[in-house]
Ligand binder design. Sequence first.
Ligand SMILES: *Cc1c(COP(=O)(O)O)cnc(C)c1O
Length: 392
Amino acid sequence: MAGAEIFDNAEIKAISDVIQRRMIHRYGSHDFRKGQYRVDEFEEKAAKLTGAKYALALSSGTAALIVALKGIGVKPGDEIITSPFTFIATVEAIVACDAVPVLGEIDATLGLDPASLEKFITPKTKAIMPVHMFGVAADMDGILAVAKKHGLPVVEDACEVVGGTYKGRYLGTIGVCGTWSFDPNKTLTVGEGGIVLTSDEDVYHKMEYYHDHGHVHSKEHDRGADAKSGLGVNYRMGEIEGALGLVALDKMQYALGLLRATKKKIIDAGVAAGLTPRPMNDADGDTASHVIFMMPTADAAKKFQAATKEAGCGAAIIAENTWHYAKHWKALEDMGGKDFFGTKAPSYAPSTMAQSDAILSRAVMFGLGIVMDDAAVDKIINAVKVGARAAL
Ligand SMILES: *Cc1c(COP(=O)(O)O)cnc(C)c1O
């Protein structure tokens, strides 16, 4: 999972053009730009591609999440329900808004479980934030139904699934707003960058102003004379990242095609060996960045892991993943019981994630490269077969 694998002359050309024009920043300097607005073009391209009315480019996926929450009006002390299986940036974005992360549970697809949501909804709940993890959509129909019943907006953390879809719609365009990341570990990268997608005009303008010190971004006059709508921050994207983003979007289907072909080979081999792949809410929209099998028990997962390691290509057990599973986040656990502007943070003790733990401790995983030769794929396939024999 790393977009730089597919860099070629197109990125070099895109960047050198920006450098030669000496216009590496996004806003202002209209008289000197000679029509260069790469970040604007990147946003337009992302919006057109996804069918979202608006796209706002940002300095990172984390910034995109913060801006999305600000855009829907999250205030200090609000509660946001999200998944315990995510990257910590989701939780950090909530905390950066002085709001309280409330961790729900995941279901068998490894996305936020709609059936778990109601027990976490309180009068302070402000939004539901599903995360589409390791290529696969959360159960959006189920989540939207609960959200609608309670009048709550849904913000999708789609940072990992650029190009992924659910029932024909791009992930990130199904809730009120959704975020994509272009960090170095994602399928498409610009170095550091993110995008928020939305079709809500009011939310878009709030996000757009907030991400750049409240500026209203008139092209009529220069930045110094620009009107300000209020206070904000600086999460702007630069023109180099915008130029890279334009190239990245051109390569999206190519990258997804490679990943999907590789994943299919490994899944087919695993199924032939008796393994059960991770169930998906919409297999057609999978971005195929990871191969995951569900073992019958946690013990079988451990045996699979040991055997694959022995075979020279060790699978990870997701429950042990310190990057993506909240059970391991000491900083979060320490926050339990703390006061957030009148709202007490819940306990984030590992024992509160029992349902998720039971699922993630049976999930074994291989990450995929975008460009993998036959030998690299065969190595995983061999490990899968060896692991299946040892574990089943
Ligand atoms: C990568 C990621 C983010 C944050 O994106 P950055 O661009 O690295 O800030 C947020 N959420 C999830 C689920 C991610 O995987």
